[in-house]
Design a protein around this ligand. Structure first.
Ligand SMILES: [Zn+2]
Length: 209
């Protein structure tokens, strides 16, 4: 068997490719398949290998069916669509606001709280003056989006710092599954959040907003 190089990549569909080059097999799978049941991964492996080695033979019907069922199941279809919308229609407005520069604030927080060890994601101001979502981390784009309502001279810097700090903790503590529940703000997350010096003032300001 030739050596295999298998990668999950950010495809917006369930696209999968296989190539044989210089004695190695290269497989690219959509990251949408990363959590697929083993039987589905197995079916995909069969389909790909038979396409590579027996391109003129029809693919084994049972494996074909297994994959088709998975691909058309409601959950997968919905997830594929969500990701396609998110990845397809994203617009960036950049980190430079009129009063605050998000990159600069990120870098200073990184030094103060994370020994400069967090990799900087894309940082951008939101398009609109969103008040329902003041900030969020978008894992599909590795982007922190901050609401433009903060970009005004009356915004205290600590409020913006707190908001960004919270999203940076989401980078540090990715969402985990606890049984069937998503654990977004874990105990470690909250303990570390409490280290922010003006936590109470910042929360009070956000509430007023
Ligand atoms: Zn959060």
């Amino acid at each position: 068997m030739p050596p295999l190089q298998i990668r999950f990549r950010r495809f917006t569909s369930l696209n999968t490719t296989i190539r044989l080059r210089k004695g190695q097999i290269f497989v690219s799978l959509s990251d949408l398949l990363e959590g697929a049941p083993e039987s589905v991964i197995r079916a995909i492996a069969h389909i790909l290998l038979s396409k590579l080695y027996f391109p003129r033979k029809p693919v084994d019907a049972a494996h074909n069916l297994r994959f088709k069922r998975f691909a058309s199941s409601a959950a997968v279809t919905r997830q594929t669509e969500l990701i396609r919308t998110a990845r397809g229609s994203k617009r960036y407005f950049g980190p430079e606001g009129r009063y605050f520069h998000l990159d600069e604030i990120f870098d200073s927080l990184n030094l103060r709280f994370f020994s400069g060890l967090l990799g900087r994601p894309e940082l951008t101001w939101s398009e609109h003056l969103a008040k329902r979502s003041l900030g969020h981390y978008d894992a599909a784009h590795n982007t922190i989006v901050v609401s433009r309502v903060f970009d005004r001279p009356s915004s205290p810097r600590y409020a913006l710092e707190y908001l960004l700090y919270h999203e940076m903790l989401h980078l540090k503590y990715p969402v985990r599954m606890r049984g069937l529940r998503r654990c977004v703000h874990s105990r470690e997350f909250k303990a570390e959040e409490a280290r922010f010096p003006q936590l109470a003032e910042a929360l009070a300001f956000l509430k007023r907003l």
